[in-house]
Design a protein around this ligand. Sequence first.
Ligand code: PRX
Length: 631
Amino acid sequence: MSEDFDVKLVEDVKSYTPDPRYKKNSWLGDYRTAYDEFLKDQDAFWSKMAHELEWIQPWDKVKELDYPYAKWFTNAKLNITANCLDRHVSGDRRNKAALIWRGENGAEKIYTYQQLLSCVMRFANVLKKVGVKKGDRVCIYMPLVPEQVIAMLACARIGAVHSVVFGGFGAAALNMRIQDAEAKVVITADVSIRRGKVIQLKSIVEEAIINSSSVEHVIVLRRQSPQVELRPNLELDFYEMMRSVPADCPAEVMDAEDTLFTLYTSGSTGKPKGIVHTCGGYMVGTYYTSKYVFDIKDSDIFWCTADPGWITGHSYIVYGPLAVGATVFMSELTPDFPDAGSYWSLIEEQKVTIFYTAPTAIRMFMKMGETWPDKYDLSSLRIIGSVGEPLNPEAFEWYYQVIGKKKCPILDTWWQTETGMHMITTMLGEPMRPGFAGLPIPGIEADVVDKDGNSVKPGTGGFLVVKSPWPSMLRTVYGDDERYRKYWYTIDGVYTVGDLAVKGKDGYIMILGRSDDIIIVAGHNIGTAEVESALVSHHAVAESAVIGKPDFVKGNSIKAFVILRVGHEPSDKLRQDLMYHVRMTIGPIAVPQEIEFVDKLPKTRSGKIMRRVLKAKEMGIDPGDISTLDE
Ligand code: PRX
């Protein structure tokens, strides 16, 4: 973790207060009142939330603490799909649209809650038929299609643990995740379609499962015609299998603390962390925030532009919105394809009311100009949200004025794969301050502290921490509990997030960025060590160091410094080869924008690369204390 630092905070930033009707008509009501109710009796607060959902058996205790571990809703029994599906099907939402999907060339699919439940039950029976049992791990590597959601919910239906790998990852990254989870089945598609380009997903899976002895079957969604060939016995067709199984599949009885899923996120070593989330607490956390932060009502059409392969998609395309019975819109279209109006045309077409996207997309839209959104009717929007990295004041202003037409509140939600749900934001109706995410939501105690854990004064930078456990917190890191403990022992007594932040006079929190070796590129976490080890796995590379550089659209871009092995000379061709190698190993999101060939890297006497020095040199700033530098 880096050392303390000074931050000069501009306190005279603007503040916007939404129309009072937002607060008056919201599920939450007044933020302060709700927060005080939480502080008065934390367990009673969460118990009340949990009681809005259906449980097969109630809990003995709301939480049981055993630092750094916590259990939530102990001994309660549930199934999250019974809450996301059956609960609505047995009530008035039976024929309500649960999922509306749009693909390229006008492709559309709509599932009512009843239809979604039927598909989930059938696919759950497919998983059973191929031998998947409660607790088995299933890897899902799919495009942004409804079948991805069906596959996730089908796992949850039978108590199998899903590990979704974003469809943009390369073969080596997928292989590592399959092996780490010892996945029994991989669910994929023949292709994914991005910007009119067809990406052969199944071929990537074929490469990734060489040496993965745990994999018994690959289930393939065949989207193209003529259909791709399937390898006998190993590969099975998604829909043919669904036709061969019974329609009914009762929901497995799960303990609140049984694992629901693992999801890999970058850490400060080359190996990503398999973040473990459990059934009960995650369900309550995502339900609560979907209802009380996003304020989803039955009449809303909710669009989160993430891929279900990231935590944002898990929590706010799949589990949270479906738990509240929302109509979820999802689309495989990218913001700039077929043209820069694609998102705005979809908002107009679907009459989207709540729109949730990432700052990198907002900044890209800014660059493309207002004429694109101005061509479309965005008046259906009532709330707009942001997630993934700091929403800088300029991007806030643009989003507020051009997309929100100065009427939609912006929810800049800070949270992580590890937290499972929103943690800090400006709740609906509260004054919004560009640049500041806001305050901890009711249910969360967060603060900005120095390295000894003392709360810092307003205007002073520090480490963002969460001071007490919350229901949807990660329970461990799959197969590596030591990495879990590190979150709680970096600063004793609190969960250290890994972000730097600063508080304003009114307590509002501004997130400044990561304090560790993670670079957020276009909203995606990339570990410097992951990129470095991908580079070093190339035969020409002896050593490498990777840093993040500020980038207007992506937030950060990756720059790599590379020392070549003897016998290899720097060249543009080699630079291109290395970029291609990283693309194939991790995926396009991790490709360095720049590669510089160097003879030496700054290191400490103990041999640790000082990326901080490289970064300071790159940006022409003072590197700070370099007393530990070797030369
Ligand atoms: O640095 C913070 C940044 O994204 C990190 C978490 O990344 P990930 O686990 O991939 O989850 C992203 C989606 C929840 C955080 O540690 N981050 C996320 N949201 C914000 C943010 N930084 C500033 N403002 C946000 N709203």
